[in-house]
Design a protein around this ligand. Structure first.
Ligand SMILES: O=P(O)(O)O[C@H]1O[C@H](CO)[C@@H](O)[C@H]1O
Ligand SMILES: Nc1nc2[nH]cnc2c(=O)[nH]1
Length: 367
């Protein structure tokens, strides 16, 4: 038995493994190609935010000319095909060669949590725009750089800036860097996020260790794994029970105790909505009824991609705001990104310490 408890509104209960396999792709090839994607090109000129060419014919050398090539008709390509294994491999090679390192642990910094990458020693920094075929960060609090170095003796790579669905990136592109991590040699994914607390027992500044998720975008038929499967990454139908590594959750709880912040640490269920709008009261009530403790706009597709390629996952939410689940006229009830960033700043130190101590344990255990 794992020993940890799950926080819920009615008091703590022992953890059970809920099945949350939201991955589904029952499309015929005709339906599949009808999921029109306007371009053939994975570059930001076409498919990313500010892509000047979105919806038009791409003449980029790499992407080719969408619509026709040497007179042959081309069926629009799903985004997942635009990052085939070989392209991911090229990006990984660029990072491994450029840093002279094969990192073992990958970190994704949540909104306002970029300082998790600032504690990396002997950092080699890669600006996203200088990495071939990499998207760019467009959100405040996401600097847009990859930092490779060592932390507590372990080799790590950290994304100081993640990609969100609401920025205009398809899910496969949002979580593409997780596959880059895998091909760089990463075995453990540490995903962090800022989230709204729905569980009434959560306070602003608390940390919720994720032990499960509800994939709302998956409910709507969207998945980072949609499209043809490349078995070099993982299986067609990955199981997602036990996605969040129990040993790491238990170690993090122990570390929280040692840091004297055990009353600020919870274990719970995260859900990702598409954003960029925050939720309505009715939506928050519905999420609570579904057993969701914290809500955000990220992480789930990264975890799905990481589990697909068999990485061990540790993830936590920093609760940056309390979500109202009752109607009121109070302005305080309205979430805003400035508040999210401000709260994250006040809790950076604790988050950094938690991550550093856990990485130290992983490193010592494998030494
Ligand atoms: O999930 P991260 O990137 O931490 O950011 C969260 O905070 C932003 C909203 O304030 C959204 O991007 C939401 O997903
Ligand atoms: N969706 C969502 N994302 C967040 N990120 C930080 N706070 C929130 C929130 O309340 N809702």
């Amino acid at each position: 038995m794992t020993g940890y408890k799950v926080a819920n509104g009615n008091g703590s209960t022992n953890v059970t493994n809920g099945s949350t396999n939201g991955h589904s792709n029952g499309l015929s090839s005709a339906e599949y190609t009808a999921q029109e994607n306007p371009t053939m090109c994975s570059r930001d000129c076409c498919s990313g935010p500010g892509g000047s060419n979105r919806g038009n014919t791409c003449t980029d050398k790499k992407g080719g000319k969408a619509g026709s090539l040497n007179g042959e008709k081309i069926i629009p390509t799903p985004q997942s095909l635009l990052y085939p294994y070989e392209v991911i491999e090229e990006i990984a090679d660029f990072i491994v060669k450029g840093s002279g390192m094969r990192p073992k642990i990958g970190i994704i910094c949540g909104s306002g949590l970029g300082s998790l990458a600032d504690i990396i020693q002997d950092p080699k920094i890669f600006e996203y725009e200088k990495i071939p075929n990499f998207p760019v960060s467009t959100v405040e609090g996401h600097a847009g750089r990859l930092v490779v170095g060592t932390l507590e003796g372990a080799t790590v790579m950290a994304m100081q800036g993640r990609f969100h669905f609401y920025e205009g990136y398809p899910l496969a592109k949002c979580s593409m860097p997780v596959r880059v991590m895998k091909l760089c040699g990463v075995e453990y994914l540490f995903a962090t996020n800022a989230a709204g607390g729905i569980n009434p027992r959560f306070a602003v500044g608390d940390i919720m260790l994720m032990h499960d998720h509800v994939n709302m975008l998956g409910f709507a038929g969207n998945s980072p794994l949609q499209g043809p499967n490349d078995p070099r990454f993982g299986p067609r139908f990955p199981a997602l029970v036990n996605s969040y590594n129990k040993d790491l959750i238990n170690k993090a709880i122990e570390i929280g105790k040692a840091m004297g912040i055990e009353s600020n640490i919870h274990v719970g269920v995260y859900s990702c909505l598409g954003g960029p709008n925050y939720e309505t009261i009715a939506e928050l009530k519905a999420l609570r009824m579904m057993g969701v403790d914290a809500v955000g706009m990220s992480t789930v597709h990264e975890v799905i991609t990481a589990r697909h390629c068999d990485m061990k996952v540790f993830a936590f939410s920093l609760i940056t705001n309390k979500c109202a689940t009752e109607y009121s006229d109070k302005k305080d009830d309205e979430a805003n990104h400035e508040e999210v960033m401000a709260v994250a700043k006040t809790r950076q130190k604790a988050c950094c310490e938690l991550v550093a101590r856990l990485i130290r344990e992983i490193h010592l255990a494998s030494a």
